[in-house]
Design a protein. Sequence first.
Length: 215
Amino acid sequence: MPTVDPEAVKRDSEAIIRRAGGEICDWLPFLDRDAKPRDLEAVVRRALILNAMLQIHFKAPVAVIKDWITRNGLVDDLSDSEREILDKEDDDLTEQERINLYWYIEGLWTLVWAGQLVAELPFDEGVGNILASLCPALQRNEDGSKLSKKMRLRPRDELFRMLDLHYRLHWWTRNSHLTGKDTGAVRLDIIMERRKALEWVMDPACDWDDVEMST
């Protein structure tokens, strides 16, 4: 396993942020250099769940999504909040639950990057138009093979570098939000959701509902 120099990675991340016109925090700690990512199967299964749950935001019936998740053997991978949603009737979903599900799109986009289905993850751009074509179409009852057969987890050092960058981008965008500064196309909400997915990938012990997001 290639060694990671977290100090060098920090410098690289800070240089990228400065070139984007952002601010950095000198005392923001290094990330855990010994962090080991989840295995490919876990990442694929989480991506399949994110894609399925996202369809509820787009008005797919909860019962249909629950059935698809069950038939594809993903029930054991659901988080507690996802189980609660799948136990509800469509009309019982709250507006906040639907909003939360909308943001799954950024986590999904991050995981397909981690699985090498897209080459880049620009932090100043939204989700690419190709995302839907990469994922199973539940309305056509496609199974999870689109992702399971094609995803290949990126090397640990690539994942670590992307996480470090988003960790420091999170500080910049959050601090700017608190102080009323404009970060242009680099949006706090997008950065947070992508960082969450990267943190989840790099910390096999954490739960999707309780990812550490401090800065």
